[in-house]
Design a protein around this ligand. Structure first.
Ligand code: PLP
Length: 377
């Protein structure tokens, strides 16, 4: 059977990983500043993480949500203490799209309304309501187009106000730092006004932290750089360090009812073991402090390179904007310098999404390669 050919592939075959590096079948070493698309948070094959998964699968890999699962409670408690999101409730699922799908559905249940406000260049996943709230016509099938979504410009607070005051909007969904779109951010004033407008109009404010959460922005959540209180926070990527797990944090003002949300695989034992060990490692290794230290160091070096026209993002969710398209540069970095970086909808942007364990010597390795590669351009 052939594979359904939806991904343009780089000709690299990683077979193992350790920390910030992955290795191909010929033992070539690649510096991973892409983290499998911001997924690798605590590093490839972290010993504590590997041990936690192995010991859990030895005991019980899966049982459904029909029984008591104390691992879910441990995960929720640890997440509450590390994130500072006190009294929020946790619903577990398996991916970022699913997290947003559940977030939007919950907003609609709570408000009994159905229109969604989302923003230009936003990305929220590929399931029905999530993809309809994503600003990319190419990935919205006719079946998804039945959702009622209005896409507005970031920072256009007047339009947000006009739309919310129409009274039919269940949710405003936003990435506090846009990922796939290219690291754009709205102003603090915009985010804080949106928060207030949502509260005044019985609309749920959804923070899509699928990519920016779990310390990547230099705080546990990117929304915590602002004075806002989201009703729902969606999480995935860094949460499992590669094990598929997602979830939503739900403000105490939204009450659960039996059957309102549900999933077969979400919150299974193995996923919880992965999620719990990620949080323990983030705490024990002070990884959020590391994000801030390495981010400062990275920015200092980036500012010395004249070809970089703009530096975007926060923490270790960064973008380097050039005045040319970076496709060839990314290829050169992979094939000639063995360094993975990311791309974006903005074709002139090189994305940097390393494991949160990255060190200064890795950053030096990247900039030495970048300077060399740019000389050859
Ligand atoms: C901000 C954001 N939301 C949602 C998603 C969808 O996550 P998943 O691919 O796990 O469904 C992504 C994936 O890139 C994302 O960056």
């Amino acid at each position: 059977m052939s594979l359904f050919n939806v991904y343009p592939l780089y000709n690299v075959t990683p077979v193992s990983g350790k920390g910030v590096y992955v290795y191909d079948e010929k033992y070539n070493e690649y510096l991973d500043l892409y983290g499998g698309h911001a997924v690798i948070s605590v590093g490839h094959s972290h010993p504590k993480y590997v041990k936690a998964l192995k010991s859990q699968i030895d005991k019980l890999g899966f049982y459904s949500n029909a029984i008591q699962n104390p691992l879910q409670v441990l995960l929720a408690d640890k997440l509450e203490s590390l994130s500072g999101c006190k009294d929020y409730q946790l619903f577990l699922c398996n991916s970022g799209a699913e997290a947003n799908e559940n977030a939007l559905k919950l907003a609609s249940f709570k408000t009994e309304k159905s229109r969604v406000i989302a923003f230009k260049n936003g990305f929220h996943g590929r399931t029905s309501a999530a993809v309809a709230a994503t600003d990319n016509k190419n990935i919205i099938a006719p079946i998804n187009a039945q959702q009622k979504v209005t896409i507005l410009d970031l920072n256009d607070i007047d339009s947000v106000k006009i739309e919310l005051e129409k009274g039919d909007v269940c949710a405003v969904i936003v990435e506090f730092i846009q990922g796939v779109g290219g690291l754009d951010e709205a102003t603090a004033d915009f985010f804080e006004q949106v928060d207030l407008l949502c509260k005044a109009n019985n609309t749920m404010f959804i923070a899509d932290e699928v990519q920016s959460g779990y310390g990547r922005s230099g705080k546990f959540f990117a929304f915590q750089h602002y004075n806002v209180t989201p009703d729902i926070i969606s999480i995935a990527k860094g949460m499992g360090n590669g094990f598929p797990i997602g979830g939503i944090l739900i403000h105490p003002n939204i009450e659960a009812k039996f059957g309102m949300l549900g999933t077969t695989f979400g919150g299974n034992h193995l996923a919880c073991a992965a999620g719990l060990s990620v949080l323990e490692i983030i705490e024990e290794e002070s990884l959020i402090d590391n994000v801030n230290e390495i981010s400062c160091y990275f920015l200092k070096l980036a500012k010395t390179i004249p070809q970089i026209k703009k530096i975007k993002g926060k923490g270790l969710m960064l973008g380097l904007e050039f005045d040319f398209e970076v496709g060839d540069l990314r290829k050169k970095l992979i094939y000639d310098y063995q360094i993975f970086t990311g791309g974006a909808m903005n074709k002139k942007l090189l994305r940097i999404l390393p494991p949160l364990t990255v060190r200064k010597d890795h950053i030096n390795q990247f900039f030495e390669a970048l300077v060399d590669a740019l000389e050859e351009e």
